[in-house]
Write a protein that binds this ligand. Structure first.
Ligand code: IMP
Length: 426
């Protein structure tokens, strides 16, 4: 199981892509087109939103029940992959996943505009409204596409409510039924062959002794229950969500690899204690190419935060940590690492504050490590790391009591150091 240990964009796509090589099945269990995985393989750049990156390796891939699927975006992804010679035949889509409808995108945008300064900074892809309708039991599911009558009926019922909101609350145009039904009938034709009972499929794979890799979208601190609410996404992003979102028991997951950047980034609003003040913010953003895959927005950049990472180790039951983009730090003479938070009453803590106000107002306490100037992207063995880089990694292992199993040293698939070997991980 692969899980983002920060606020998303940790470079999970690349790690999943690497580990997929040693897996039989790759499974997404949460989120939708708000997630963006960028993978560079054989000189080609792929940007995936719904489809697990295992597809690039020809692996069987699953989009589980806990996901929300924008059919138009998914079809564009399928077309793009097919046009570049990547087969999508082995993709399976849960009939229980929910569909992002046009009104969800509209309400997401309108509600953010209405919140003004208090906005969450969502990706405006309709994610929150889709999950809200799922909980409200007004959602349209993938399996509804399989039956024309049911599809029309469900869209009609949902629209009766949604158009009132769109027109009266948000002052938007209502959505027209016929065009929408027609469009979804077309989507249905395209997606029908891949709709399957994915819970059964994953269970069978596990029973047959196959290796299943779970590909968690977003990051721990964006988790709906345990993240920095309300500046979170609307699905479970922690490792436990994989069992729920796939439809298997929690006892089936035997290893959890957390992915963390060697520094921290965040898109959207919300508190961020180790956010860099001053010129290094811009420098790190440029060096790390920190612009959103989905929205192109600038990512906010910060120094590594071990308090937040310790929280992620706990929430995910992390068995090891993959540290990505260590090469980006090569340009800095000194590297502050946040080791504690100082709270308003002057006390200091290594544990993530349970109360939102403590988190909003805490100050980072840094230990500053020496940087290294040698480029590290060409290294092939962890023993070749500059002493200062090794020290940086050692500090993380010591303080979090979790082994670092992978170190990312560049964008390409092969730019990674695996102290224990890649095969042992998947
Ligand atoms: P939503 O998921 O579009 O509702 O956005 C809610 C919050 O989660 C916003 O702060 C987004 O920027 C953030 N977010 C959602 N998905 C991702 C992701 O994949 N990477 C980073 N941030 C994300």
């Amino acid at each position: 199981m692969i899980v983002g240990a920060q606020w998303g964009d940790e470079g999970k796509g690349k790690i999943v892509d690497l580990l997929a090589e040693h897996s039989d099945l790759v499974c997404r269990y949460n989120g939708g087109p708000n997630a963006g995985h960028t993978i560079v393989a054989d000189g080609e750049t792929y940007k995936l939103k719904h489809i697990p990156s295992g597809i690039l390796q020809g692996k069987e891939c699953v989009i589980g029940a806990g996901c929300v699927v924008d059919p138009q975006v998914l079809i564009e992804e399928l077309d793009d992959l097919e046009s570049r010679g990547i087969s999508t035949e082995r993709l399976r889509l849960s009939g229980n996943a929910h569909l992002v409808m046009s009104w969800h995108r509209e309400i997401d945008g309108a509600s953010e505009r209405r919140l003004g300064k208090l906005q969450i900074g969502t990706t405006r892809r309709g994610i929150g409204p889709t999950y809200a309708d799922k909980a409200y039991r007004l959602g349209i599911r993938v399996q509804d596409l399989l039956d024309r009558k049911i599809l029309r009926q469900k869209i009609e019922v949902a629209l009766a409510e949604k158009n009132v909101w769109l027109e009266r609350v948000y002052g938007e145009e209502p959505v027209e039924l016929e065009g929408l039904v027609e469009r979804h009938e077309e989507y249905a034709e395209r997606l029908r062959p891949m709709i399957a009972d994915t819970s059964l499929l994953v269970d069978r794979a596990l029973r047959d002794g196959k290796r299943v890799l779970f590909d968690g979208a977003h990051g721990t601190l964006l988790d709906l229950d345990h993240g920095t609410y309300p500046f979170v996404t609307s699905s479970p992003t922690v490792a436990g969500g994989a069992a729920v979102g796939t439809g298997i028991g929690p006892t089936r997951i035997d290893s959890v690899i957390g992915i963390a950047k060697a520094y921290v980034t965040r898109v959207g609003e919300g508190p961020f204690p180790s956010e860099i003040q001053g010129a290094d913010q811009e420098r790190l953003r440029e060096l790390g190419g920190e612009f959103g895959t989905v929205t192109g927005r600038e990512r906010r950049c910060g120094w590594l935060d071990l308090v937040a990472l310790r929280y992620a180790v706990r929430l995910n039951g992390m068995t090891s940590l993959a540290l990505t983009k260590l090469d980006v730090l090569s340009a800095f003479a000194e590297l502050p690492v946040c080791v504690r938070y100082r709270l308003r009453d002057g006390s200091e803590t290594e544990e993530f504050p349970a109360h939102q106000s403590d988190f909003h107002h805490c100050e980072p306490v840094y230990e500053t490590l020496p940087g290294w100037s040698e480029p590290i992207h060409e290294l092939t063995d962890v023993s070749e790391l500059p002493v200062a880089a090794r020290r940086y990694v050692d500090l993380i292992e010591e303080r979090l009591e979790v082994p670092v199993c992978l170190i990312g040293t560049g964008r390409e698939r092969e730019r990674v150091l695996a102290p224990g070997g890649l095969e042992t991980l998947a």
